[in-house]
Ligand binder design. Structure first.
Ligand SMILES: Cc1cc2nc3c(=O)[nH]c(=O)nc-3n(C[C@H](O)[C@H](O)[C@H](O)COP(=O)(O)O)c2cc1C
Length: 388
């Protein structure tokens, strides 16, 4: 069965006849520079910044250039089908919105605007623990959209369980547990500005609104916000967590669990043994381990090792349709879009996120068709060639 492809391209050319140009760049690589012009410098640095030298963040993008698509001619791509179903979630094309914290830094409507744009586009969003609106408010904005919840696992198990309970009650269907951020990486662009939004109470709304967190406060959060912020900092990240702790999540989450931040085959095997439903091959956009391998370079071996047993998702460096094709061909079942939508949000609020989702989708669909690929199942390593 084919599907009606949405043609943003047609719309852009047709409205161009009346002199209307797109508000935002259609090459998503250009969003970063465009966003720099509208964002407060420290907010921009927080989003664009990376760990240490920034080498891994750059390497994420370079890794895509080491692969080239090999287009095939004269295959019937008149009725293509690029939709997918992953862990009970429908994807119009195999992408989701990555969990990105503190989105009010990009736009006052923050996660609420993203949630609305996601529902309108039929794209699932993964809400970060570090959102600037509560998960319940984001769920309300997301309406009948599909939503997953990302957990940064706090030291306090009562608060962890409470966050998980709230997320399930608010309709988040899949739990994404981020393993690579048990503490924050060394981020010079934030350090040089001595800027960490959480210390100003920005991005900890899920904590401040949490009954288990509040129960540990002597004074209320409203009466004594500083103490609440300090308690949050003491609770964030647990460096003692090991694979033996995964059953705690399974006890408190009654749905699929996905582990984010896997970069080695050995850890992918551990994830299988732990009995989770999926993994995200990711280096957090180069924000954690400076010098870490590019996420795309980690993907093929991991997908080969566990791809039939686990859902394998990918992020870190997706900037266009060809990037999606490369990640899917190397074994990912879906990709997460990260920084581009944060920049879209900064540039145009909900409409900016919509632009990014439409541009990426249409670029992906067109490039698939032009490469002669009518279905996702045709994607495989033989669609690519590695540059010497
Ligand atoms: C500003 C910013 C905040 C982020 N916050 C989170 C977060 O709260 N939780 C999480 O799991 N990942 C977070 N990430 C990582 C993203 O989910 C994703 O792994 C990363 O953006 C992928 O790299 P890319 O954006 O360069 O493609 C964040 C990334 C950025 C840029």
């Amino acid at each position: 069965m084919g599907q009606l492809l949405e043609s943003y391209q047609d719309e852009i050319y047709l409205t161009g006849l009346t002199g209307t140009m797109p508000d935002l760049p259609t090459d998503l690589h250009q969003l970063e520079e465009a966003a720099r012009a509208v964002m407060a410098p420290r907010a921009f640095d927080y989003v664009a910044g990376a760990a240490g030298s920034g080498e891994t963040a750059q390497e994420n993008l370079r890794a895509f250039r080491r692969w080239r698509v090999v287009p095939r001619m004269l295959t019937d791509v008149s009725t293509p089908s690029y939709s997918a179903r992953l862990l009970g979630t429908d994807l119009p094309v195999p992408y989701l919105l990555a969990p990105i914290g503190v989105l009010s830094l990009a736009h006052p409507d923050g996660e609420l605007a993203v949630a609305r744009a996601a529902t309108a586009a039929g794209v699932p969003m993964i809400l970060s623990t570090m959102a600037t609106s509560t998960m319940e408010d984001v769920a309300a904005a997301n309406g009948d959209g599909q939503r997953w919840f990302q957990l940064y696992w706090p030291k306090d198990r009562g608060v962890a369980a409470s966050l998980l309970g709230r997320a399930q009650a608010a309709g988040y269907r899949v739990l994404v547990v981020t393993l690579d951020t048990r503490t924050l990486g060394w981020r010079p662009r934030d350090l040089d500005r001595a800027y960490l939004p959480f210390l100003q109470g920005i991005g900890i709304q899920n904590y401040l609104s949490d009954p288990a967190f509040q129960a540990g406060q002597v004074s209320s959060v409203e009466d004594d916000p500083q103490t609440a912020i300090l308690r949050y900092t003491q609770m964030f990240g647990d460096l003692s967590l090991t694979w033996d702790d995964i059953p705690f999540l399974q006890e408190h989450w009654h749905g699929p669990i996905v582990l984010k931040g896997i970069l080695s085959v050995a850890d992918a095997h551990r994830a299988c043994q732990a009995g989770v439903a999926g993994i995200v091959v990711s280096n957090h956009g180069g924000r954690q381990v400076d010098g870490a391998i590019a996420a795309l370079d980690a993907l093929p071996a991991i997908a080969q090792a566990v791809g039939t047993k686990l859902a394998v998702l990918f992020d870190s460096g997706i900037r266009g349709g060809a990037d999606m094709i490369k990640a899917l061909a190397l074994g990912a079942q879906a990709v997460l879009v990260g920084r581009p939508y944060a920049y879209g949000l900064a540039l145009g609020g909900q409409a900016g996120v919509r632009h990014v989702l439409r541009a990426l989708r249409n670029d992906f669909e067109l490039t698939m068709r032009l490469a002669g690929l009518a279905t996702l199942s045709e994607l495989g390593p033989d669609c690519l060639q590695r540059r010497p």
